[in-house]
Design a protein around this ligand. Structure first.
Ligand SMILES: C[S@@+](CC[C@H](N)C(=O)[O-])C[C@H]1O[C@@H](n2cnc3c(N)ncnc32)[C@H](O)[C@@H]1O
Length: 313
């Protein structure tokens, strides 16, 4: 049953469409001889496009914490005709280590969040649309999954997570409903959580503003993968790695991420008030870049994308 094989056995670079690809390419402005760090390699969609600008002369360092991207990287290495290596790990740690080891880059890309492959593989537990084990780890070897979080965090912490990372109006009601349900039986599957969320919110709210579990799932995913902490720590390390004239592009997918990117890059550019460091960056995107109507129509995942870029002075 060849067609039933998971993508990991047959990497298909069409299954993750790179977002804002032309805009990223123009902003990163790669040239032959340059080094690109793709800190969120995924299916290698962006890396494949950007590597073309190296014209066979340059290096690509690919980072991802998800080991299932490795076949995509192997495909990239075979086809891209540039020197390439893959470093598996959290980009905040890997970028810091690279910077400390004196590795320098001309372009660094962070395309944040989950990939289509992660969302589309039910067994990863990222999606509220299919019943699956409650997992949501981007790195399956990390200790803490959504299952532990949902069953073990206090109701107060869950409420805070849903409010802060999901901007969920009914955070308290949902956290309480989770508490009641897990006293009888621990959560094992995404479907059980979706049912609990639906039952906890008022009936009219179940039908407005997308799927009723969307915000709680986003919040849990951010918490399980410590996504915002990783982003906070990664940006200064990325700046440190840049050669003069080198550029960083970051694509965020929700306002929490974008706020961090905007604030952190302004601080690093020396325009962030008291917390600002010495000016070493120029902001290339005076206004945040968002996809045009065409891309939004073609790729629903692109709809919430927001791109910012900086250049090292
Ligand atoms: C939106 S996808 C990137 C897609 C890629 N740009 C492409 O065109 O195929 C984000 C990827 O970043 C990875 N990721 C997210 N946070 C990470 C982190 N803190 N460290 C390393 N990888 C991370 C995810 O595992 C996922 O594969």
């Amino acid at each position: 049953m060849q067609s039933m094989l998971p993508n990991v056995l047959q990497p298909d670079t069409t299954d993750h469409v790179p977002v804002l690809a032309d805009e990223v390419r123009a902003l990163l402005a790669l040239e032959p001889g340059h080094t690109l760090v793709d800190a969120t390699f995924g299916a290698g969609g962006h890396a494949g496009l950007l590597a073309r600008d190296l014209h066979g002369d340059g290096k690509v360092i690919a980072i991802d914490r998800d080991p299932t991207v490795r076949p995509y990287f192997e495909h990239f290495r075979r086809t891209a005709a540039v020197q390439a290596r893959f470093l598996r790990g959290d980009f905040s740690i890997v970028l810091t280590q690279l910077a400390e080891n004196g590795v320098r880059a001309d372009a660094i890309l962070l395309d944040l969040g989950v990939s289509s492959m992660q969302l589309d593989r039910p067994e990863r537990g990222f999606s509220y649309a299919t019943d699956a084990p409650l997992d949501m780890r981007m790195d399956p070897s990390s200790e803490y999954s959504a299952r532990e979080l949902v069953n073990e965090a206090s109701e107060r912490d869950l409420e805070r997570i849903f409010r802060r990372y999901g901007e969920e109006r009914y955070a308290r009601q949902i956290a309480r409903a989770i508490g009641r349900r897990r006293r009888k039986q621990p959560f094992e599957r995404t479907g059980e959580l979706v049912d609990t969320i639906k039952a906890a919110i008022p009936a009219p709210a179940r039908f407005g503003d997308g799927h009723p579990a969307k915000r709680v799932f986003q919040a849990l995913r951010i918490a399980v993968n410590e996504e915002l902490d990783a982003l906070e720590d990664a940006l200064p390390a990325a700046v440190e790695m840049l050669r003069p004239g080198g550029r960083i592009a970051v694509i965020a997918f929700h306002s929490l991420e974008d706020r961090i990117v905007k604030r952190r890059l302004r601080e690093l550019a020396g325009r962030g008030g008291a917390a600002a460091g010495p000016a070493c960056l120029r902001i290339l995107t005076k206004h945040v870049v968002v996809p045009g109507d065409d891309e939004r129509a073609r790729n629903p995942r692109a709809r919430s994308a927001r791109l910012r870029a900086v250049e090292r002075l």
